[in-house]
Every structure is written in structure tokens, then in C-alpha cells.
Design a protein around this ligand. Structure first.
Ligand SMILES: NC(=O)c1ccc[n+]([C@@H]2O[C@H](COP(=O)([O-])OP(=O)(O)OC[C@H]3O[C@@H](n4cnc5c(N)ncnc54)[C@H](O)[C@@H]3O)[C@@H](O)[C@H]2O)c1
Ligand SMILES: O=C(O)C[C@H](O)C(=O)O
Length: 356
């Protein structure tokens, strides 16, 4: 039988653990200090998610916490990071999770990061285009990019916030101004278009989507999303009706979700999946894996436009090769002309937002 005082002390310790005093973000922004003998994080990459408490940010945080390549996961947002961080940090996977709240903690969130994923910003409601988000999201991406230029200029950046066709040029201009721009390290995330294309094509041809690979080039909005159905792997042919159906469904997949969600937001779960698929690709390349290829919206000389989405090869330094588009059929050449016209305006809008 233990003395009562010892039992009481132990109960008090357990109670303090279960009911901590009110949450406070410390200077270094960790959650409340834990009793911990670990000397530091295990080997792996340090990843920050900016916008981590949002519709995409939360499932993205969950999935990145499960990624064995991640040793440290920083969750930053202007609201609600304490709760999301406490929640995700209880998962018994390797990554150490730390939460950061508000602009005063942005620098701590970013310092030392290898990869920064940005899903911060407002989503569409029915009837809106992605460009309608520019007014709010341009400023958000500008300030977060300024933080990256200052605190982790060598990090790979995965930019999700819409309109991607303009936010990537915005980030590039901020980095140029700061003298830190390296086109190899800035990638607009168009993986959701590829994920959708693989799914819809697999449905039409009756295959498992995991066996299908559809290159999607151009940009990430409406007609700028250009699936190259003539280059689908495994090789297959489509009727003109199937091509029209697939092109339209892939280009409007985002709107399909926005309308189904009826005012409560846009794609979050499939986007978190696509973002993790893309981030994992970047991390494997950083680790030194060879043959790592994905579609992304990057600085490019594939067309006359300064940015364009196409297949890229990733390596330890980021984008190591931007692949040409390959042979296009007449339908795709016509789509490319339409895509370039809209893309040029969106890119210019982003550039002049910073240069003005
Ligand atoms: N690239 C793509 O394929 C793709 C796909 C889906 C959504 N999106 C875009 O991703 C963005 C986020 O979508 P969502 O559904 O997660 O929206 P959401 O509103 O659910 O979450 C956005 C989060 O960003 C946070 N935020 C706002 N300003 C911030 C700032 N200055 N710093 C840090 N965080 C900030 C908000 O607090 C919120 O938690 C939208 O712009 C959306 O259009 C892109
Ligand atoms: O459609 C949107 O607004 C969100 C995203 O760009 C998507 O493609 O789902």
C-alpha cells in the first residue's frame, strides 16, 4: 500500500497532464512543454504547412504526420493552430509537430524548413472563378512569400493557394525582389488535375486509376488545364465524344466540387491527398531518389510564357529538368492556344501585383 501523500501527488500530476492550464503559444511556439527524454527529432525533412488549420490544411497535416520522410512538421495559421497541433501531435508516428499562430510566429514556423506547403487563403463559392480569389489571396501569398525569402530561402515551395496561375508569379516576384529566387524551388501544385484525370480516364477505359498516367499541362484554371489524352499511359484511344467529355470534366473538376459543396468550400480532401502525393514526390527527390517525375506549374521555357505546367524531373535541388510537351494532336494544339491566351493574362496580373 502506497502512502496517501504519494498517491495524491501522482493523481495531481496526472490531472495537470489531462487538464493543462490555458493553452499558450510560447516564444518558440511549441505546444505546452512535455516531459521528454528525446534529444531531438529523428533524421528526415522539416516541413511547414502555412494555412494548416483550413479545409485542406487539416487533412494535409494528418497525412504529412504519417509520412516517414518527415521528421519535423510545423503547422502555421492565423487561427486555430493550437487545437489542430494538439490533435495531430498525438498520432504515434515519427514526425515532431509544432504549432505556430499568427504573423508574429511566422518566422519561427519557417526557420530551418526544407519544404513549405501553402494552402492558405480563401476558397471559391458557387458562381466564382479562381481569379475572383485574387483580391484576397494575392496579399496572403505575398506576405507568406516574404517570410520564406527571409527565413528559409532555400526551401522547396509547394504553392496551392488559388489562383495558382497568378500566385506562383507573385511568389516568384517576391523572391526576385529579395534576391532569393531560384526557379527550381518554386512549384505550383497542379497534382489534383492529374489525380482527377487519372480517375476519370480510368473510369472510361475500365482500368484501376493507379495504373493510369495522364499528363496535364498548362495551368490550373478552366481552359488552362490541358489534359494530353493522346499521351495517356497505358496507350489507349478515345472516341471524339469521350475526348470532349473527359476534357470538360477534367477542366471543370474543381467547379464540380464547389457546386456539390454548395457554398461550404472547394475540394479539400482530394486536394490534401494530391498535395501529399506531390510533397512526397518532392521529398523523395530531395533524398536523392532518381527518376522522380511529376506535373507542376513552374518557371518554364517550354512555351513563350514564363510559367507553364508540364512534366518535370525533380532532384536534390528541386526542378532539374522541364520536359517538352511531346507530340500534340490537332485537338490539343487548339486547346494549347486557348490555354496560353488565358495564362498570359493571369501571369501578368500576378507579376504586376508586385511590380506595380
Ligand atoms: N491548387 C489546387 O489544386 C487547389 C485545390 C483546392 C483548393 N485550392 C485553394 O487552396 C486554398 C485554401 O483552400 P481551403 O479549402 O483550405 O480554404 P479554408 O478557408 O478552409 O482554409 C484556408 C486557411 O488559410 C488560413 N489563412 C488565411 N490567411 C492566412 C495567412 N495570412 N497565413 C496563414 N494562413 C492563412 C485560414 O485561416 C484558413 O485556415 C484556396 O485558395 C483554394 O482555392 C487549390
Ligand atoms: O476549384 C477550386 O476552386 C479549387 C481547386 O482549384 C480545385 O481544382 O478543386
Amino acid at each position: 500500500m502506497q502512502p496517501t501523500s504519494e498517491v495524491n501527488q501522482r493523481l495531481a500530476r496526472i490531472s495537470a497532464h489531462l487538464h493543462p492550464p490555458s493553452f499558450q503559444m510560447g516564444e518558440t511556439s511549441g505546444l505546452r512543454p512535455a516531459i521528454c527524454r528525446a534529444k531531438g527529432a529523428a533524421p528526415g525533412f522539416k516541413v511547414a504547412i502555412l494555412g494548416a488549420a483550413g479545409g485542406i490544411g487539416q487533412p494535409l497535416a494528418l497525412l504529412m504526420k504519417m509520412n516517414p520522410l518527415v521528421s519535423v512538421l510545423h503547422l502555421y495559421d492565423v487561427v486555430n493552430t493550437p487545437g489542430v497541433t494538439a490533435d495531430v501531435s498525438h498520432m504515434d508516428t515519427g514526425a515532431v509537430v509544432r504549432g505556430f499562430l499568427g504573423p508574429q510566429q511566422l518566422e519561427n514556423a519557417l526557420t530551418g524548413m526544407n519544404l513549405v506547403i501553402i494552402p492558405a487563403g480563401v476558397p471559391r463559392k458557387p458562381g466564382m472563378t479562381r481569379d475572383d480569389l485574387f483580391k484576397i489571396n494575392a496579399g496572403i501569398v505575398k506576405s507568406l512569400s516574404e517570410g520564406i525569402a527571409k527565413c528559409c530561402p532555400n526551401a522547396i515551395v509547394n504553392l496551392i493557394s488559388n489562383p495558382v496561375n497568378s500566385t506562383v508569379p507573385i511568389a516568384a516576384e517576391v523572391f526576385k525582389k529579395a534576391g532569393t529566387f531560384d526557379p527550381k524551388r518554386l512549384l505550383g501544385v497542379t497534382m489534383l488535375d492529374v489525380v482527377r484525370a487519372n480517375t476519370f480516364v480510368a473510369e472510361v477505359i475500365g482500368l484501376d486509376p493507379r495504373e493510369v498516367d495522364v499528363p496535364v499541362v498548362g495551368g490550373h484554371a478552366g481552359v488552362t488545364i490541358l489534359p494530353l489524352l493522346s499521351q495517356v499511359k497505358p496507350p489507349c484511344s478515345f472516341t471524339p465524344k469521350e475526348i470532349d467529355y473527359l476534357t470538360d470534366r477534367i477542366q471543370n473538376g474543381g467547379t464540380e466540387v464547389v457546386e456539390a459543396k454548395a457554398g461550404t468550400g472547394s475540394a479539400t480532401l482530394s486536394m490534401a491527398y494530391a498535395a501529399v502525393k506531390f510533397a512526397d514526390t518532392c521529398l523523395r527527390a530531395l533524398r536523392g531518389d532518381s527518376g522522380v517525375v511529376a506535373c507542376a506549374f513552374v518557371a518554364s521555357e517550354v512555351t513563350e510564357l514564363p510559367f507553364f505546367a508540364s512534366k518535370v524531373r525533380l532532384g536534390r535541388t528541386g526542378v532539374e529538368e522541364v520536359y517538352p510537351l511531346g507530340p500534340l494532336n490537332e485537338y490539343e494544339r487548339a486547346g494549347l492556344e486557348k490555354a496560353k491566351k488565358e495564362l498570359a493574362a493571369s501571369i501578368e496580373k500576378g507579376v504586376s501585383f508586385i511590380r506595380k
